[in-house]
Design a binder for this molecule. Structure first.
Ligand SMILES: N[C@@H](CCC(=O)N[C@@H](CS)C(=O)NCC(=O)O)C(=O)O
Length: 224
């Protein structure tokens, strides 16, 4: 049995963040698939939020992808995926916060308006504004690339990658394109594709399109 046990499901972008960190750090782990809603009852006994990912390590349960990944960084510090300088670490945390508070919410709203085409322009515009902001205020100001902080990947790269991996599928479904001026963002997306963790966890665009349409249809049916 490995020291770390991961609970996840394959299409969860939050769990993918943690899978990427485990893979890149070379931490051996056992993985248990959790299917909702059928596994909810037993899973709630392990993780009180009932969400994936969560890990078990040293008889402790740690949940929330951002917290898990920083815990993994603390416990398995090599290779380092956080800078040592406090200001640089703060930048990492600011941009993680931006992904969770702004970008992922704007992209989730696209899922909600899939069955309401008259709302598409407004919601697409919100996503495009986020992409422009990430490119202009984040990626460009933090480094010249190829990764968020320069030559080497950091927790920020693993934080954003699962969400940006889905952008080409959204482009196809909703008929928009990443703005041309976001070329730092598009070259970062290309750089991520060379990483082992990306190759082992990412889905092709066609698979995302199919999964997203299923998900959006399920959300619409649930809302009635
Ligand atoms: N803030 C959480 C979000 C995790 C999350 O929402 N996971 C989804 C799957 S992508 C989940 O487990 N949903 C199950 C549910 O809400 O019942 C994190 O970063 O880990």
């Amino acid at each position: 049995m490995s020291e770390v046990e991961l609970y996840y499901y394959k299409t969860c972008p939050f769990a993918q963040r943690t899978r990427m960190v485990l893979i890149e750090k070379g931490i051996p782990f056992d993985a248990t698939l959790v299917n909702m809603p059928e596994d909810r009852e037993w899973y709630l006994k392990i993780s009180p939020y009932g969400k994936v990912p969560c890990i078990r390590h040293n008889d402790h349960t740690i949940y929330e992808s951002t917290v898990i990944n920083q815990y993994l960084e603390d416990v398995f510090p090599e290779p380092a995926y956080l800078p040592s300088d406090p200001y640089a670490r703060a930048q990492v945390r600011i941009w993680m916060h931006y992904c969770d508070e702004y970008y992922s919410k704007a992209s989730f709203d696209l899922n909600l308006v899939y069955t309401k085409p008259d709302h598409w322009d407004e919601k697409i515009n919100d996503v495009l504004e986020c992409l422009r902001f990430i490119d202009r205020e984040g990626l460009r100001k933090l480094s010249d690339g190829p990764f968020w902080l320069g030559d080497q990947p950091s927790l920020l790269d693993f934080h954003y990658s699962p969400f940006m991996e889905r952008v080409p599928a959204y482009e196809e479904i909703f008929g928009f394109a990443i703005p041309e001026e976001c070329d730092r963002l598009t070259s970062w997306m290309a750089a991520m594709q060379d990483l082992k963790s990306y190759k082992e966890t990412a889905f092709e665009k066609a698979a995302h399109v199919e999964q997203l349409i299923d998900f959006m249809t399920m959300l619409a049916a649930r809302r009635g």
